[in-house]
Write a protein of this length. Structure first.
Length: 89
């Protein structure tokens, strides 16, 4: 799997240590890289701008077509290889 753009220690790379990316990496490891085309995760807050920058690349590199993110207020933005869609603010 390719590491998202950005040099070590940069803003974009910080997201690799945040809950959204960490969760995806754990699932990737446990499934041996056999990720489902559609995946849903539940989070308690809106993704930070660092996560918003790298999640589309991470989703693409993991072979996920659609990542649904369910927020605590029940909004359900979606991430694809093309970016974020839905109500993030």
């Amino acid at each position: 799997m390719e590491v998202p753009k950005g040099k070590k220690g940069t803003f974009e790379r910080q997201a690799m240590y945040h809950a959204e990316a960490h969760t995806l990496m754990q699932i990737y490891t446990k499934t041996g890289g056999n990720m489902p085309p559609v995946l849903t995760i539940y989070v308690d807050r809106v993704a930070c701008s660092s996560c918003q920058a790298v999640l589309p690349d991470l989703v693409k590199n993991m072979g996920i077509d659609t990542l649904k993110i369910v927020l605590s207020d029940r909004r359900q933005p979606v991430v694809t290889k093309d970016g974020f869609f839905g109500d993030w603010q």
